[in-house]
Design a protein around this ligand. Structure first.
Ligand SMILES: Nc1ncnc2c1ncn2[C@@H]1O[C@H](COP(=O)(O)OP(=O)(O)OP(=O)(O)O)[C@@H](O)[C@H]1O
Ligand SMILES: [Mg+2]
Length: 483
């Protein structure tokens, strides 16, 4: 679908600040739709032939829409939509007396011109389905009156308010709770939701007829905003209840007539947010402790290995130390990341560092490096994969270079739904008759088991065909990027 900007540029030749003005309206006009129980359409006009194009559409949350279909991009020749044309020409709000039956239901349309630097750059229509109208309640009357005030402000360039950027997702809407106050701050109407919100904040008396500045927990700022005719978004907390409020002054020629106060209780939402943060911190703390415990286990094994006489037994313990340390590494990374995802490049690099420093026999210098990137992996993939890489690296260090030094590369390639990993060396190659199936030793058995059953991937270890040495190849399916 074309964007508003593209449409108004192409169909009406509007640019720069004029487009910004329309964009600001579209980001704030939901309230007018909701208060009017109406669909809103924004029309732009071709300066040459007067053709009208719908450039934006908004449906009300408070009523059923008239237009199931999306009208954005639809054009009307200059003879159609007379009230829109009149609003363009006259710069005044045009209200049509007779309902329009063209959609099958009676629709009353009001056309509101959008001024910009002395010109009308667009027209917004409010279209209400009259067949739904019954004897309106006081709530509905208050809504409609406020909608008229806001429409008038729109026509006079006083709505939306300049520079206003409320927190979109949580921002209170009309249905959450609404109050209408007069210019001095006295509550003329409060919807049941608005009254409940104040009751929870500890205001026990009836608030209708009382001055907002007498009972609102944030009275000073509210009074100031009201006096200055400026919008105010604020959050108040009292007695464990959290309420978001949005004060929208209603003005006429910059003179304050009163204000709308939208009120939304967000106690539960905020509580959930805090809980999530807390859980997050707890999970990280647990990873941190797991890492510490694993390191303690590794140290114990290391201490014990020093007391052993048998070279073989000592080596076996050292192997275990390395394996445990590889797991600890992943937990350490997880303890630093609140999303419980691991940058596997970091883990691979740390494994390389670990093997080059502590665990490599110093008389066989081996250069290790990493090529490419694995991106982020979920914790449950990263832990087994770290062990696999550790085994493969260890094998290269241990078996590939009995006499000569050489190079080991970890090659990582992230594809949209898989990870391709190579560990290759330029050493002596696997022994004659080697096959993975026949590999009886622990290292490759661990790797084969983890890749096959834990990670659902494939692994091969064979002689390189592009030179001397061995290449181990691992292919893992991954949930596609982004989820
Ligand atoms: N990169 C390599 N270069 C040369 N030979 C290798 C390489 N990787 C594996 N091998 C051969 O494959 C055999 C099996 O490896 P595996 O890791 O299963 O056992 P290991 O390394 O001998 O013992 P462990 O890993 O249990 O300590 C090795 O003994 C070695 O002969
Ligand atoms: Mg091994």
């Amino acid at each position: 679908m074309s964007s508003l900007q593209e449409l108004v540029e192409r169909r009406a030749g509007l640019r720069g600040a004029a487009v910004d003005t329309l964009q600001a309206i579209v980001s704030d006009w939901q309230i007018i739709a909701d208060l009017s129980f109406s669909d809103l359409l924004m029309y732009a006009r071709d300066p040459e032939d007067g053709e009208l194009t719908v450039v934006a559409q908004m449906r009300p949350y408070t009523a059923q829409t008239i237009y199931e279909e999306d009208l954005v991009g639809r054009s009307f020749a200059s003879g159609q939509k007379p009230s829109v044309q009149r609003a363009f020409a006259g710069g005044q709000i045009v209200r049509d007396g007779d309902p329009d039956w063209s959609t099958g239901v009676p629709v009353r349309e009001e056309a509101i011109p959008v001024p910009f630097e002395g010109d009308v750059i667009a027209v917004v229509t409010r279209e209400a389905n009259l067949s739904m109208v019954r004897a309106p309640s006081q709530l509905e009357l208050t809504y409609l009156q406020a909608a008229n005030d806001l429409s008038q402000m729109l026509a006079e360039g006083e709505f939306p308010f300049p520079g206003e950027e409320p927190e979109r997702e949580l921002a209170p809407r009309v249905g959450d709770g609404m109050m209408r106050v007069d210019a001095s701050g006295v509550v003329m109407y409060a919807s049941p939701n608005a009254m409940s919100a104040y009751r929870r904040l500890g205001v026990s008396e009836n608030i209708i007829g009382r001055n907002l500045t007498g009972f609102d927990p944030d009275a000073e700022r509210v009074a100031e905003a009201l006096a200055d005719g400026e919008p105010l978004d604020s959050e108040v907390e009292s007695r464990g209840t959290v309420v978001l409020r949005r004060l929208l002054p209603l003005t006429r020629r910059h003179h304050v007539l009163g204000a709308l106060m939208l009120v939304r209780e967000v106690t539960e939402l905020r509580r959930h947010e805090r809980l999530l943060l807390y859980k997050d911190a707890t999970i990280r703390e647990i990873h941190h402790r797991v890492k510490n415990n694993l390191q303690t286990v590794a140290s114990l094994l290391r201490l014990q290995s020093r007391r052993l006489q048998s070279e073989e037994a000592r080596e076996a313990l050292w192997e275990s130390v390395r394996r445990i340390s590889s797991i600890a590494l992943v937990h350490e990374t997880l303890s630093q990341d609140h999303r419980q995802r691991v940058s596997f490049d970091k883990v691979a690099q740390r494994l390389i560092d670990m093997l080059t420093t502590g665990l490599t026999a110093p008389d066989r210098p081996v250069v290790m490096r990493m090529v490419g990137t694995a991106g982020e992996l979920p914790a449950e993939v990263a832990t087994p994969l770290a062990l696999v890489v550790s085994e493969l690296l260890q094998n290269a260090v241990e078996h590939a270079f009995p006499d000569e030094p050489g190079t080991v590369e970890v090659v990582l390639e992230r594809r949209s739904s898989s990870l391709h990993l190579l560990v290759r060396d330029d050493g002596v190659g696997v022994p004659e008759g080697f096959s993975l199936d026949g590999a009886a030793n622990l290292g490759l058995q661990i790797a084969v088991t983890l890749v096959g059953s834990e990670l659902g991937g494939t692994i091969s270890v064979e002689a390189r065909d592009d030179g001397p040495g061995t290449v181990a190849e691992v292919l893992l399916p991954l949930p596609s990027a982004g989820d």
